[in-house]
Design a protein around this ligand. Structure first.
Ligand code: NCD
Ligand code: ZN
Length: 357
């Protein structure tokens, strides 16, 4: 429900983040709280250096996440399986039936960070996709082709044509989330499809275009995959996110990498947006004069697509300015957060009952 003092404060159903990279080990311990602090649930990406391909691995990883988020006991990680050419469909089906796997993630081989075990040719996993269609297991797609001859800025649009459309023709009932869409092509495509096709949109793709990354010096901390596109695509994403369509929902794709791995001659892709994700998303909705659509995008559309209940708790954001730290974390694992050292105009309140004015 939208607070009547909509300009200075907004109270909504607690949001979920439908696309998160939490990593493992010390990095997991360092970053997990940022997601657990703002979100009720999160879809956890399986692209660890050894990908999460079995229910046993997912249970063990979930336990490590729960351990790292002990300060937020209500937080619920939703686990995903990493699809490979050789995966046994039964592993996924059984893992889903047992409540371990919420969904499965398709990375085209070598499309992004830790995707060398990904799918080399979608035709090879048709038996798995058929099983997913039958069981109603959502397929989460990194929608970029990887052929060297396709320009990096065209890889999402070409994916729609070469992979997504033929796939949906074969499997019209498959539930598909087109993850972190970055183009007008993808937004239009998703909007044109039936209700079983949805998309997540990151906050950075709503806020930056490729100029932000490349003009006036290269900004490695704004480099992610899929890479930010032209301004007209950013505008189309803003329109889609704030349109009120139930097909679009929040997925930050928060993807932490240590500063040294970003500021390098071969820098990693990924933006660490978890610490102030909600403040930045809300800023977009405010600028688009669509604050009344924020709750649907952040808290309602995702659960509806996944067939899950909405969160019972509420959260409040207030119009109080705050500065994003320059750096988060320690020594070799220090990370430059999204919008480091910039001032934000909204502030998330972890405890709505706190007496802060
Ligand atoms: C992600 C990562 O670092 O794991 N990077 C990114 O740029 N988004 C992988 C991914 O989602 O593509
Ligand atoms: Zn991702």
């Amino acid at each position: 429900m939208i607070n009547s003092m909509a300009l200075n404060s907004i109270t909504i159903t607690k949001p979920d983040d439908w696309h998160v990279h939490l990593r493992d080990g010390e990095m997991l311990k360092q970053v997990a709280g940022y997601t657990a602090r703002q979100f009720g649930r999160a879809i956890i990406m399986p692209n660890l250096s050894t990908p999460v391909t079995t229910a046993k691995m997912a249970i063990a990883y979930r336990d490590r996440i729960l351990h790292a988020t002990q300060d937020y006991p209500e937080f619920e990680p939703l686990m995903t399986a990493y699809l490979t050419d050789g995966m046994d469909p039964q592993e996924l089906v059984k893992g889903h039936a047992a409540g371990v796997f919420t969904a499965a993630k398709l990375y085209p081989a070598n499309a992004t960070t830790n995707s060398s075990f990904g799918v080399s040719n979608v035709n090879k996993i048709y038996p798995i996709l058929e099983a997913m269609q039958n069981q109603g297991i959502p397929l989460l797609v990194h929608g970029e082709v990887t052929s060297p001859e396709i320009d990096i800025f065209d890889r999402e649009a070409v994916f729609i044509e070469q992979i997504m459309q033929p796939l949906l023709k074969e499997m019209p009932e498959l539930n598909v989330v087109f993850e972190h869409i970055t183009t007008k092509d993808a937004a239009d495509f998703v909007e044109s499809q039936s209700d079983n096709i949805a998309a997540t949109i990151t906050v950075h793709h709503l806020q930056i275009n490729r100029n932000d990354m490349l003009v006036g010096g290269i900004k490695p901390h704004l480099y992610c995959l899929p890479v930010a596109k032209r301004e007209r695509h950013r505008q189309a994403l803003r329109k889609a996110a704030t349109s009120g369509s139930g097909k679009f929902f929040l997925g930050t794709d928060t993807a932490p990498h240590a500063v040294g791995d970003k500021e390098s001659s071969c820098g990693c892709a990924g933006i660490f947006s978890a610490p102030h994700a909600l403040e930045n998303y809300l800023q977009v909705f405010e600028e688009e004069q669509a604050m009344d659509q924020f709750e649907a995008f952040a808290s309602l559309n995702g659960p509806a697509f996944y067939g899950l209940p909405i969160n019972l708790q509420q959260i409040t954001l207030k119009k109080i300015s705050q500065k994003v730290p320059k750096m988060i974390g320690q020594k070799a694992l220090a990370i430059s957060p999204y919008k480091a050292d910039e001032t934000l105009s909204w502030c998330f309140e972890p405890e709505p009952q706190s007496n802060e004015e």
